[in-house]
Ligand binder design. Structure first.
Ligand code: PLP
Length: 372
């Protein structure tokens, strides 16, 4: 869709990358590291500075880890996920994945030799049917992949849901692999307090959780490709082996900048959330005005929408019309489901964009109301 957006001069609200600058102090830290000649391979499982900065950050959040034995720095959360899966999975294992899902999870399961088992998150509030979830677990289940705050739905899993998932993991001897890349992007409200809770903090989950995270979203540097895993020593040892053979290591100077980023003051994270809240409200308002059914997200920077009022045969036809005729690029809903039909009346918008970009998209979308 990014390619089509360029071809048609469309406002690109498809892929999740910011069109605004990364924070200055992080960019300066990267420049400084390059100028200081931190330009050769870092330790394969990550430079000491970023591993220790991560441990200090997690300690502030109440999670104690050993930065020497429980962290692996990877080329983005993307590599963290496939390295984890290749480390944990044996052929014939099964992996539970919630759908709609972030597109990589199914292929990651298949590449590592597992069979994915999909469990629905049901709109409008992306509820889990606990009976369906329980039925997805069996003696072959090795891993459940969890993404909270969630792409594409914006769901933030509740403490109750996490507790029930943890109980199933413990009962069936399953590892929870939790993609927490949107950890800092949550739209808390006084009347409905929301917070991010990591699965690793739940009783009994410390040694059966792999936390996946990275710099891309929190620090608006998706092109840097710096991510990490946090897991118990035995799991980390296996992840480090796979990681070493896949990529050797993440970019050394950018890991140094990562150490600086992880040490940023709490104000940075408050500012991040406040600016995303403004963008969310701006885009959701424009989408409602244009006639979309809007599933307002509680976290992350995407909005799933219902397009059934527009009368298109499916999400692909509608997305093509949007990019070619209206000038706005989105991701067709079917890309987030194992069966295309389930996403045939949904499309996803990304709002990690400048307010001007979102306003321009809103103006163009008004033409939908006027019948194109
Ligand atoms: N995980 C989720 C849920 C995402 O939405 C994305 C990017 O859109 C990624 C991982 C990719 O992260 P990274 O850039 O660190 O590889």
């Amino acid at each position: 869709m990014t390619r089509k957006a360029l071809e048609h001069g469309a406002v690109n609200l498809s892929q999740g990358f910011p069109d605004f600058p990364a924070p200055d102090e992080i960019k300066q830290a990267a420049v400084k590291a390059i100028n200081a000649d931190v330009n050769q391979y870092a330790i394969t499982w990550g430079a000491r500075s970023i591993r220790h900065a991560l441990a200090a950050k997690l300690e502030r959040d109440g999670v104690r880890i050993d930065p020497e034995r429980e962290v692996t720095v990877t080329c983005g959360a993307t590599e963290a996920m496939i390295s984890t899966m290749l480390a944990l999975i044996n052929p014939g294992d099964e992996v539970v994945i919630f759908e709609p899902f972030y597109e990589n999870y199914g292929p990651d399961a298949i590449l590592s030799g597992a069979t994915p088992r999909f469990v629905s998150l049901r709109p409008p509030d992306w509820r889990i049917d606990m009976k369906e979830l329980e039925a997805a677990f069996n003696s072959h289940t090795k891993v459940i992949i969890l993404n909270t705050p969630n792409n594409p739905t914006g769901k933030v899993f509740s403490d109750d849901e996490l507790t029930r998932i943890a109980a199933l993991c413990i009962k069936h001897n399953v590892v929870a692999v939790t993609d927490e890349i949107y950890e800092h992007i949550i739209y808390d409200q006084p009347e409905r307090p929301l917070r991010h809770r990591s699965m690793i903090t739940l009783p009994g989950m410390r040694d059966r959780t792999v936390v996946i995270n990275g710099m891309s979203k929190t620090y608006s540097v998706t092109g840097w490709r710096v991510g990490w895993t946090v897991a118990a020593e035995d799991i980390t040892a296996a992840i480090r082996k796979v990681h070493d053979f896949l990529t050797v290591g993440a970019a050394a100077p950018l890991q140094e900048a990562g150490a600086v980023a992880l040490d940023l003051h709490a104000d940075y994270y408050h500012g991040l959330c406040a600016s995303y809240r403004e963008r969310r409200d701006l885009l959701c308002g424009a989408l409602e005005d244009a006639g979309f059914g809007v599933f307002v997200p509680d976290g992350a920077y995407y909005v799933m929408t219902d397009i059934s009022s527009f009368g298109y045969v499916d999400d692909l036809a509608f997305s093509d019309y949007l990019v070619e005729e209206i000038g706005v690029a989105v991701v067709p809903g079917s890309s987030f489901y194992s069966e295309s039909a389930r996403g045939a009346q949904q499309v996803r918008f990304a709002f990690c964009k400048r307010n001007e970009t979102l306003r321009e998209a809103g103006l163009r979308l008004q033409r939908l109301r006027a019948g194109g």
